[in-house]
Structures are given as C-alpha cells and as structure tokens.
Design a protein around this ligand. Sequence first.
Ligand code: FES
Length: 178
Amino acid sequence: MAPKKSSQSRRDFLKSSAVVAGGLGVLAFPVGLDRVFDAFSPGVQLLSQSYTESMIGKVSALVEGEPVDFRYPQEEQLSFLVKLGTPATGGVGPEQDIVAFSYLSSHMGCPLMGLYNKEHKMLGPCPCHYSRFDLSKGGLLILGQATQSLPQITLEARGDEIYATGVTGLIYGYASNI
Ligand code: FES
C-alpha cells in the first residue's frame, strides 16, 4: 500500500515545532526559523522566475575568442556571448563551446567589458578587486574578492540561431533579474 501523503508542508511542520519548543521553554533549533526561510527566499524567487526567450545571435556569425554583446533579460543588463573553442559548462552549438554571461562582477558590480582572456577562457581581472571568472566552468571564481560565480545566461541553439532562455545566479545590483 502506498504511504499516505501528509497535507502539512515541511515549512508548516518546522514552524509548529518552533511553537511547541518555545512553549516548553526548550532551546531548540527551529526558533527563529522564519528568518532562515526569509534569507533563502531570494533563491526561491530565482528558481521560480520565468524568463522570456530572446534570439541573441547566430552560430555561424561567431568568431572564436571574440565576444558579442547583447542585453538580457532586461534592456539595461549588458551581457556577452562568446565561442570559447573548448567544450564548456552550459555550452551550446556543435562544439558545445558557446556560452554567455553578465558583464557585471558578482562581487560589487564593476563592469568587465573588454576583459575576456582568450588564452585562459576567463573574464578578468576585474579592475576593482581583481576577481577572475572561468567561462568554461559556469563562470566559477578563480581568484579575487568575489565569493560567487559570474551569472551565466542559459542558452539554447536551434539550428543556427542562439536563444537566451534564463539566468543562473543573480545579476549584481538587482533584487530580481527580471
Ligand atoms: S567588483 Fe569586481 S572584484 Fe570586486
């Protein structure tokens, strides 16, 4: 027989645990749990955002190592598309080497235009605090004061056309990417 599902959510259960523990005067971890959930809520919002798709370039028009700028998901959010020449995390196209990222450092938002390093497939060093991001590994921080990866624009290739379909991570300076 299939186990019966509870209608009580995990959040409700933990909140009620906090009430019981508080009422008994017991020092228990669930006390203050609302603040923990609130701290995670931006991440939950990010997961639930629905992005519009936008055609941002063509596979046949890209030259390896030469970034092409575009704006996504909002008009004022400058991003770039680049063919790395080596397979990459989230890469699209025949070689799975076409990726896209925000131009704003994840640390304090300094712009990173003109700082693509073709030899190492990285962006940076950032002129503000020297962070460098590996574009072949999802914008992973290599060095510097940032603590988060560079936000990556998720892509889909449909034939020769490349579409932006979303963003992984929060673009600096925005409470919500869209
Ligand atoms: S703003 Fe770029 S590393 Fe601080």
